[in-house]
Design a protein around this ligand. Structure first.
Ligand code: ME8
Length: 499
C-alpha cells in the first residue's frame, strides 16, 4: 500500500524554529524508513500563507501579505535540505493550483448542502485565527495558547454544518480505536466530539487575504479550511500532468502537534466526509518541545535556533537529539546542555567510538579486510527480529521507541568489544580464529544498526556504510549475518568529533 505522510503546513508570519523542524524530522524518519522497505512514498510539507496572523504580521512590517510570504516561505523551504529532510513536494497555500482546488472542493461541499449563511459572534484569538468555545477561554478572557486578550467578533459568515457530522464522527472513532495516536489524544478527540459539536464558520468577511469564496465575492475562506485541504490539493498538482490522489489518498499518517488537534481530529475528517473523500488512516499527535519549561514558540520568543545547532554539530546530531530526548507523543524539555551531553555520551562515545574502534581494529589486525569468518552466535539472540521490531514500532509512528531498540544494540556491541577484548586475542596466535569471529561480528552488527539508523541520521549512516564497503540500505539487509565477510573497509574521520 503506498505510504503518504504529511506534516502541518507552517505559518510564515515568523522564521522557522525547532518546533517546526521537530515534526518534519519525525515525518522524514517515517518516509525514509518506508522507502527502505521498498514502499511507494509521498512525503509532503509546506507553508500556510493565508489568514489573519499573516495579514497582521505583514501590516506590522509595512509589507503586503504577498511580500511577507514570499520573503519567509523560502526560509522554510531552505530548512528542508539543511535538515536532510526528503520531502517529495513543498506546498505553499498561495500556489494558484492549491487555491483553485480549494474552491472546487468547497463548492462541492456547498452544493451538497453542508453550508449555510449565518452570523457569528464570539471570543476570537487573532493569533490562533480561531473563535474560542467556553471551555477554551483562559483566565481574564485570554487565549490559553498565546496568553493575549481575546477579541469579541461579530460578522456575517458562511457556516459549515459540523454538527451534522457528530454521529458519523462518533462512529468513525468507535470503529477505529487507532485513528488517533497516542491513546490519550484519541480520548481527547472523542471527548471533544461527545461534548456536542457546534457548526463552525467557514468564511471571513473582514479579510481580503485568503482564497475567495466562489459563491460570495465578499468573503474569503477561513484559513483553517484552506490550510487543511493542502493535504489533498497537493496530490493533484505536485507532479506536472499527473494526479496522484488515487494513488496516495487516504494519507497513512498526518503528524501534528497537540496544539492543532481539534482542527485535525474533528474538523478535518468531517470536512473530508462532506467533500466525499475517505478519511486518513491515522493521525499521530505529538507533544511540545519545551525550553525552560515553556512551549517554544515564535510569540513567546524563547526559541532554540535549529540553524545554530546544525552549524556547529550538523543535521544528524540535531535529528537524533530531538527524537531521542523527547518521547514522541509526550512533552519534553530540550536545551543546549542536554544536547551537548547526548552528543558526547551517545553519539561520540556509544556510536562514534564503536565505529572508529571496529574499523581501526580491522585495519590493525586484519589489514583492513573484514575476516571471512562466521558471525558469533552469541550475538544472534540480541539481533534476532530487530528489523521487524523497528518496522513495527515505526508502523505506529513510535520514532523514539524504534530508536531505543536500535540503541540497545549499539550498547550491546560496545559490551561485546569489552567482553571479547580483541586486543588480547591479537596477542595470542592460537586465538586467531576467535579474533576473526569477533571482528567479523562487530563489523556485521555495526552494519545492521547503521542500516536501521539511516532513517534517523542519513548522511552519517551513508558515510559509515560506504566505509564498511556495504552501502545497501534496504531493510531486508538489516539482518545480522545477511552480508558475507571478506570485504575491505576504509578508515574514516570520527563521525561525531569533539567540538
Ligand atoms: O499551526 N514543540 O502552524 P504553526 C513541538 N499553520 N512542535 C511544535 C512546537 C513545539 N514547541 N512549535 C511548533 C499552524 N511545533 C498551522 C497548521 S496544518 C493544516 C496548519 C510544530 O506554524 C507542531 O507540529 O503554528 C505544531 O503543530 C506546528 O509546528 C504548528 O505550526
Amino acid at each position: 500500500m503506498p505510504y503518504y505522510v504529511t506534516t502541518p503546513i507552517y505559518y510564515v508570519n515568523a522564521a522557522p524554529h525547532l518546533g517546526h523542524a521537530y515534526t518534519t524530522i519525525a515525518a522524514d524518519v517515517l518516509a525514509r524508513h518506508m522507502r527502505q522497505r521498498g514502499e511507494e512514498v509521498f512525503f509532503l510539507t509546506g507553508t500556510d500563507e493565508h489568514g489573519e496572523p499573516i495579514a497582521q504580521a505583514a501590516e506590522r512590517e509595512g509589507l503586503t501579505p504577498q511580500e511577507l510570504v514570499d520573503r519567509i516561505a523560502p526560509r522554510f523551504q531552505a530548512l528542508m535540505p539543511e535538515l536532510e529532510v526528503s520531502n517529495d513536494f513543498f506546498i505553499r497555500t498561495s500556489d494558484p493550483q492549491h487555491e483553485a482546488k480549494v474552491q472546487e472542493i468547497l463548492q462541492r461541499v456547498y452544493d451538497a448542502g453542508h453550508v449555510y449563511a449565518g452570523t457569528y459572534e464570539g471570543w476570537y484569538c487573532p493569533r490562533c485565527a480561531d473563535f474560542k468555545t467556553e471551555s477554551e477561554i483562559a483566565e481574564g478572557n485570554t487565549c490559553p495558547i498565546h496568553g493575549i486578550p481575546l477579541e469579541w467578533h461579530e460578522e456575517d459568515n458562511w457556516f459549515f454544518r459540523l454538527s451534522a457530522f457528530q454521529v458519523p464522527l462518533e462512529r468513525l472513532y468507535a470503529e477505529r480505536p487507532d485513528f488517533v495516536l497516542p491513546g490519550v489524544r484519541y480520548n481527547e478527540a472523542v471527548s471533544f466530539i461527545r461534548q456536542g459539536l457546534d457548526d463552525v464558520s467557514l468564511t471571513r468577511a473582514r479579510l481580503r487575504w485568503g482564497v475567495p469564496v466562489p459563491w460570495d465575492e465578499n468573503q474569503v475562506f477561513y484559513v483553517w479550511f484552506d490550510a487543511l485541504l493542502n493535504y489533498v490539493t497537493a496530490l493533484s498538482y505536485a507532479r506536472d500532468g499527473v494526479d496522484l490522489t488515487s494513488e496516495f489518498w487516504p494519507a497513512r499518517y498526518h503528524l501534528i502537534g497537540k496544539d492543532i488537534l481539534k482542527f485535525h481530529c474533528v474538523y478535518w475528517p468531517a470536512l473530508l466526509m462532506a467533500a466525499g473523500y475517505e478519511v486518513p488512516h491515522r493521525l499521530f499527535v505529538h507533544g511540545y518541545l519545551l525550553s525552560e519549561g515553556e512551549k517554544m514558540s515564535k510569540s513567546l520568543g524563547n526559541v532554540l535556533d535549529p540553524f545554530e545547532v546544525m552549524d556547529k554539530f550538523g543535521p544528524d546530531a540535531l535529528r537524533f537529539y530531538c527524537l531521542r530526548e523527547v518521547t514522541f507523543g509526550q512533552d519534553g524539555s530540550v536545551s543546549t546542555t542536554g544536547f551537548e551531553a547526548r552528543y558526547e555520551t551517545e553519539l561520540a562515545n556509544d556510536f562514534g567510538n564503536l565505529a572508529s574502534r571496529t574499523i581501526a581494529m580491522i585495519g590493525r589486525y586484519r589489514d583492513g579486510t573484514i575476516p571471512d569468518a562466521p558471525v558469533d552466535p552469541q550475538l544472534e539472540p540480541d539481533f534476532a527480529g530487530l528489523g521487524e521490531t523497528v518496522a513495527a514500532r515505526l508502523d505506529d509512528a513510535d520514532v523514539t521507541g524504534a530508536l531505543d531498540e536500535i540503541w540497545q544494540r549499539v550498547r550491546r556491541l560496545n559490551r561485546y568489544v569489552e567482553e571479547r577484548a580483541p586486543w588480547q586475542l591479537a596477542k595470542d596466535e592460537a586465538r586467531a580464529g576467535d579474533l576473526d569471529v569477533a571482528l567479523r561480528s562487530l563489523a556485521e552488527g555495526l552494519r545492521v544498526v547503521t542500516v536501521l539508523l539511516h532513517a534517523y541520521m542519513p548522511s552519517t549512516a551513508e558515510r559509515l556504510l560506504a566505509a564498511l564497503g556495504r552501502p545497501a540500505l534496504q531493510l531486508t539487509t538489516a539482518r545480522y549475518g545477511a552480508q558475507p565477510g571478506g570485504q575491505p573497509v576504509e578508515a574514516i574521520e570520527p563521525l561525531f568529533p569533539k567540538r
